[in-house]
Design a protein. Sequence first.
Length: 191
Amino acid sequence: MPYADFNALVLPPGTEHEADFALLADIFPTGWHGLQLSGFQPGDSVAVFGAGPVGLMAAYSAVLRGASKVFVVDQVKERLDAARKIGCEGIDFTKGDPVEQIIKANGGEMVDRAVDAVGYQAVDKSGNKEQPNIVLDQLIMVTRPTGGLGIPGLYVPSVSPAPSKLFALTIVGIKTLTLETGPWCSRLAIC
């Protein structure tokens, strides 16, 4: 791994905290970074798409940093239960349009920030067929004008289909959304 020694830390002896160190080495920083990319400020409402490890860490980062409301979108009951345990509202996208569900649960308002913790492996509402653009489209539609999007989720050109309309870029411009993306280490110019 290039630059693996750049931010390596000497860990204390023993294996007592090994799982914690693994979490801090990749998953938690990626979730935190996704929230940071969105331009999050305390008091913002947040929608996190994807309740896997990175999504849950993005949601938990929002809770820790003082979000007013955090919505987490997924289809897996256990993941949504985990989101609820950390103080978030779980949104099951197989039960209806997640954008509509979030706006309704947020008092008729769009959220301030949204995070994509899914990437190109997103699936349609049936949960069975890959639809790489769906989460990006939903992020854009659920975020208020001048809000922000954080996209730590991967979109790999050699793997991702490249339709002429990957997502509603026109709406990004119309809503004056802030959009930042890239790996968490790009800010350090080491990747």
